[in-house]
Design a protein around this ligand. Structure first.
Ligand code: ADP
Ligand code: 5GP
Length: 208
């Protein structure tokens, strides 16, 4: 019997390298990546349907009303949500789906999908975080300062995650996250159906 795919939630401080690590996981290990919907304006270089589905507030609210999201959250002054159909279809086909989402959304997913693997990505220290945010060059120093201050709140939620991975060397981090996902799949809590099947095969064998 083919197994259903699982959800992998990746969160972390802005600038820790989540986006970069997730791209690596998709290209090196073939994970499926959910593209979220958002009401925020596209940044230069972002394309509708690639980084996000860009929606108006009315369109977004309509999707909420039609149960179009498996989770959604307000982050700073914008809405972000994970489209239901793509995720459910991929999982049915046995594919593991990565959600790169913030902490409230991650907690919501954990409630609905107890088998989801929750991973938090951090830099090794805060000077490195600041260096990466500056190096990315997509925010002003003022916004960077706000994001680092917000990281203090996010750090309080780190304890809710099952795995904390430090993104120091990029390729080591990608491989570590992949290993964490594989080991998460072997937890006995995720194997109840499998154990039942094996026991019933053995019972059948022994009865002959
Ligand atoms: P996030 O999605 O967490 O906000 P990004 O993936 O945009 O972060 O990464 C922030 C910046 O840090 C980018 O310029 C990226 O190229 C760089 N970066 C990511 N991972 C590493 C790493 N392991 N070593 C050095 N630079 C990195
Ligand atoms: P940004 O505006 O920098 O692209 O994203 C801001 C935050 O929203 C990031 O922490 C990102 O992970 C999170 N995010 C992106 N998509 C979703 C989503 O579908 N749901 C939730 N809850 N958060 C999301």
């Amino acid at each position: 019997m083919s197994e259903k795919g699982s959800l992998i939630v990746i969160s972390g401080f802005s600038g820790a390298g989540k986006g970069t690590v997730v791209k690596g996981l998709v290209s090196k290990y073939g994970y499926s990546l959910s593209v979220s919907a958002t009401t925020r304006a596209p940044r230069p270089g972002e394309e509708n349907g690639r980084e996000y589905y860009f929606k108006t507030v009315d369109e977004f609210r309509n999707l909420i009303d039609y149960n179009g999201f498996i989770e959604w959250a307000q982050y700073v002054e914008n809405y972000y949500g994970t489209p239901r159909k793509f995720v459910e279809d991929e999982m049915k086909q046995g594919r593991d789906v990565i959600l790169e989402i913030e902490v409230q959304g991650a907690m919501n997913i954990k409630k609905q999908y107890p088998d989801a693997t929750l991973i938090f990505i951090s830099t090794k220290d805060i000077p490195t975080l600041k260096e990466r945010l500056l190096g990315r060059g997509s925010e002003t120093e003022e916004v960077i300062d706000k994001r680092i201050r917000r990281a203090l709140e996010e750090a309080d939620s780190m304890d809710e995650y099952e795995y904390i991975v430090v993104n120091d060397d990029l390729s080591t981090c990608i491989d570590t996250v992949h290993s964490v996902i594989l080991s998460g799949k072997c937890k006995k809590e995720h194997k109840t159906e499998f154990m039942k099947g094996i026991k019933s095969e053995l019972t059948e064998y022994a009865s002959k």
